[in-house]
Design a protein around this ligand. Structure first.
Ligand code: MG
Ligand code: ZN
Length: 192
């Protein structure tokens, strides 16, 4: 069974300006390419797991997301990094202007997207890693049985609100490793 590195997108791969959906607003986070290359040399398959409620909210279309994703994957390829697949949730349970307004099993903190990846690629989730910047990322990872959970500091850890999921002191901290940025996450992966 393969082991995976799961990456949240906004705040981990790109700077989270809020509902980023255009190439000109997509700024790669320092150290993300280095981190991915290291993970590949250690035998991890890389996946992106991202909530894209901007689609449910009607801020951008699936086609906008797909166009940006293709561009993002091309940038990774130029850096000799293979992202196996990008899983995204276009839904929102309450905020929405279209058919994407619904409760679903894929929106983090639910583990649906991770479990989908597991099934499709036969992944060993116990040996896998999740890197995110919200408590809801850590909840999804924990619910999926991922042991290595890395929480990168972000403004969401201070804020309350449904998008952030539970407050940090409410989530199981036993195996969450907190770091101040992606370079900190890289150091943890080095030591794995
Ligand atoms: Mg994020
Ligand atoms: Zn969903």
């Amino acid at each position: 069974m393969a082991k995976a590195l799961f990456l949240d997108r906004d705040g981990i791969i790109n700077i989270d300006h809020g509902y980023v959906h255009k190439i000109e607003n997509f700024e790669f986070v320092d150290g993300i390419f280095e981190l991915c290359r290291l993970a590949m040399t250690k035998g991890y398959d890389i996946f992106v797991i991202t909530n894209q409620a901007g689609i449910a909210r009607g801020l951008y279309a699936v086609s906008d997301f797909e166009k940006l994703t293709s561009w993002m994957l091309a940038q990774f390829e130029k850096q000799y990094i293979n992202i196996r697949e990008v899983f995204y949730c276009p839904h929102h349970p309450t905020k929405g202007v279209n058919e994407f307004k619904m409760s679903c099993q894929c929106r983090k903190p639910a583990p649906g997207m991770i479990l989908q990846a597991q099934e499709k690629y036969n992944l060993d989730l116990g040996a896998s890693i999740f890197i995110g910047d919200k408590p809801s990322d850590m909840q999804a990872a924990e619910a999926a049985g991922i042991n290595n959970r890395i929480l990168v500091a972000s403004r969401y850890l201070e804020e309350e609100g449904e998008s952030a999921g539970k407050k940090p002191d409410q989530i199981s901290q036993s195996k969450v490793k907190k770091v101040s940025n992606v370079l900190g996450a890289l150091e943890i992966i080095k030591a794995l």
